[in-house]
Ligand binder design. Structure first.
Ligand SMILES: [Cu+2]
Length: 156
């Protein structure tokens, strides 16, 4: 398989994943329904009764929406995504090389995965529990500002 074919496959997969995520968002039940259907822990139930603006990760309401980002050689695709509070971002290493996800230090809350846990084919997920712009990068192929970098824009 040539490099061009590989890139096309990855682009197609990214679109398919994005369409699935969009469908999931459209089908996503309300937060109240999610809580009722999952039962959840006492913490989750308590969150349902509290303000939806809570910034405490342990009590954030998850939306059930999964937004995919592909790590390829050597960029994140798409490099900028927009999600809502409670959405789960799923990074998948679809490159041939190892990558990592390192949060930029000015981010309000830490997230990321080391290369040892993010080999080709591996996935890493993180639920964003507060609004903001969260910048990240792969320290193997970039730094905090250039190279293999990405941004998660969280609204809510
Ligand atoms: Cu990388």
């Amino acid at each position: 398989m040539s490099c061009g074919d590989d890139a096309n496959d990855q682009g197609l997969m990214a679109r398919q994943l994005a369409e699935q995520a969009a469908a999931a968002r459209a089908d996503a039940p309300t937060a109240t329904t999610v809580l009722a259907s999952t039962g959840g822990s006492d913490d989750v139930v308590a969150a349902g009764a509290a303000s939806a603006n809570t910034t405490t990760p342990s009590t954030v309401q998850t939306t059930g929406v999964i937004v995919p980002v592909l790590a390829i050689d050597n960029s994140f695709r798409p490099d900028v995504i927009e999600v809502e509070v409670g959405d789960e971002v799923l990074w998948e290493n679809r490159g041939l090389n190892e990558h990592n996800v390192m949060y930029v230090q000015d981010s309000a809350s830490p997230f990321g995965v080391e290369a040892a846990q993010f080999q080709p084919g591996d996935v890493f997920t993180h639920v964003f529990s507060e609004p903001g712009e969260f910048h990240y990068y792969c320290s193997i192929h970039g730094n905090e500002t250039v190279g293999m970098v990405g941004t998660v824009v969280v609204s809510g």
